[in-house]
Design a protein around this ligand. Structure first.
Ligand code: URA
Length: 274
């Protein structure tokens, strides 16, 4: 959904392209601002008192139509980009992630964080996005939360890199460790989609709200999603708390232990994908 501000900005650009700007209008002046001898030209010359607008209905209509066409072009480019990514092999995908400039996160990142582990893994763990240490090293979950994740893996006999792949919803660090926005997650979605297609995990573990929201397309709480098997494009998904949340909320550790045991017993029931 395109915001009104962006629409207005785009409409301005389109009008400029069409040679229809500047179009001026006299801003309503309140009586106390208007002086006795103020002429129309003095008002128009003052940048304080004029604002560019689309004055003629036919220009409005032309701009609106051009705007809709440019929305179609954006959609087309997005779809073509996604289709291209979904054709890539592992090395091409890595290279594409490294050079990605599809969203604003590229301007503040130090390194992209593709993911780490076994590309043939049965287990795929998906977090939110890189933090400061991950951004510096180019590897997911290397900070405090990462140590806890390694312990969570060890608790069910798993080890980073051995039959496990760890990835994130976004490959670049959101500044200040904020949550990735929906459009940032959308831009990055084809990369995770292709990783999932190539890895073909038997089971995906969604770590925290952002992973659950993007993989399962739901805003439901972790509390209401845990303890059940969900599906992402036909692959079973189990939801649990994010390790960073566990570092702050010790009481959730027991629930996470239950989730890990549930994941372990679920894996035993799953057949290898064909
Ligand atoms: N938190 C995440 O969600 N992912 C990381 O890689 C690190 C911290």
């Amino acid at each position: 959904m395109i915001s009104n501000d962006r629409k207005r900005a785009r409409r301005g650009e389109i009008l400029k392209e069409l040679g229809l700007t500047p179009v001026w209008r006299v801003r309503e002046l309140t009586e106390d601002k208007r002086t006795e001898d103020e002429s129309v030209s003095s008002v128009l010359e003052s940048t304080e008192t004029v604002v560019p607008i689309v004055a003629h209905p036919e220009f409005e209509e032309q701009a609106e139509q051009a705007c809709m066409r440019s929305d179609d072009v954006t959609k087309d480019v997005t779809e073509k980009r996604r289709a291209t990514i979904l054709q890539m092999d592992w090395d091409q995908l890595k290279e594409s992630v490294e050079g990605c400039v599809a969203c604003r996160l590229c301007s503040s990142r130090t390194r992209t964080v593709f993911g780490v582990g076994d590309p043939d893994a049965d287990w795929l763990y998906v977090g939110e996005g890189p933090g400061a240490q991950e951004d510096a090293l180019g590897e997911p979950f290397v900070g405090q939360a990462g140590k806890l994740l390694d312990n969570m893996l060890a608790a069910i006999g798993l080890k980073r890199g051995r039959n496990v792949f760890i990835a994130n919803i976004v490959k670049c660090r959101p500044p200040g460790n904020r949550e990735p926005s929906d459009d940032e997650a959308q831009c990055c979605e084809p990369y995770l989609a292709r990783q999932i297609e190539l890895i073909k995990p038997r089971l995906i573990i969604a770590l925290g709200k952002t992973a659950a929201r993007n993989l399962l397309d739901t805003d439901a709480s972790i509390g209401s999603l845990r303890g059940r098997i969900h599906q992402h494009k036909g692959i079973p998904v189990i939801v649990t708390y994010h390790p960073a949340y566990l570092l702050r909320t010790l009481v959730a550790k027991a629930k996470t232990w239950e989730d890990l045991c549930f994941a372990q017993s679920t894996m035993l029931t799953l057949k290898a994908p064909e």
